[in-house]
Design a protein. Structure first.
Length: 237
């Protein structure tokens, strides 16, 4: 009997598994990933403009890491075409070139005109999503958040491309994301009036899709996207 009593007393102490999640699951992202995110966001929203020379030491201090993860992040960003590494000097943020503008605009036109036609007839879900994105873009424009306006602008077009139902085209379009965001912020900074014009043209595109006018939707896309080449050209420096 005594043995049973002893056993009963010891039972509550048996469970030893912690109730809280393991500490490892609460850790921050790896150091290289934090550096990569820091630099990429600053390049895309133009806090680091084209022509800026970044040094490993300054970046390490800014993020609070050693130089090793900085080097890893810079190598990754060079592959993506956002910077150029110069040994013992640092990393140069690449400016948006005239050729890049031309290439992006041509690719966007090929993909987005096709997608605009495929969007007709539009589902209620697509119309509702485009209305939501347009309203969010209006609100962000009122708040003056250019980086987020550029994100919503890109999302509006990406939603139409995704609706085309061609996964290869969607992946191709996704590869333009960073370049589109960077150019979008550049245009809005240089031409503040373009923000309202973009929203107006998005509204026209939405109305053409809603009305079932495939040719009209494609025409709006051509006018809208073609203006980027002219507006961003002055940002090549």
């Amino acid at each position: 009997m005594r043995a049973c009593c002893i056993y009963a007393v010891r039972m509550p102490a048996a469970p030893s598994a912690p109730v809280q999640p393991p500490t490892s699951s609460l850790k921050r992202p790896p150091a290289a990933e934090r550096v990569y995110t820091h630099i990429k966001e600053a390049v895309l929203d133009r806090r680091y403009e084209g022509g800026t020379l970044l040094t490993e030491g300054d970046l390490a201090d800014a993020v609070g890491v050693s130089r090793t993860p900085v080097r890893e992040a810079l190598l990754r960003l060079e592959v993506e075409g956002l910077i150029k590494l110069y040994p013992k000097k640092g990393a140069l943020v690449l400016a948006v070139s005239a050729q890049e503008i031309k290439d992006v605009v041509e690719t966007r036109l090929l993909v987005e005109e096709f997608a605009a036609r495929k969007a007709v007839p539009a589902s209620p879900q697509l119309i509702a999503r485009l209305e939501q994105l347009l309203e969010e873009q209006r609100q962000l424009a009122e708040d003056g958040d250019l980086a987020e306006v550029a994100v919503k602008d890109r999302c509006f077009h990406a939603e139409i491309v995704k609706n085309a139902g061609n996964e290869i085209l969607s992946r191709l379009y996704d590869q333009l994301r960073d370049r589109q965001l960077r150019m979008g912020v550049a245009v809005m900074e240089a031409h503040p009036g373009r923000i309202e014009a973009n929203i107006t043209e998005h509204g026209e595109l939405l109305e053409a899709i809603r009305a079932g006018d495939a040719d009209g939707a494609a025409l709006v896309v051509r006018r809208h996207v073609s203006r980027v080449r002219v507006l961003v050209r002055g940002e090549d420096r």
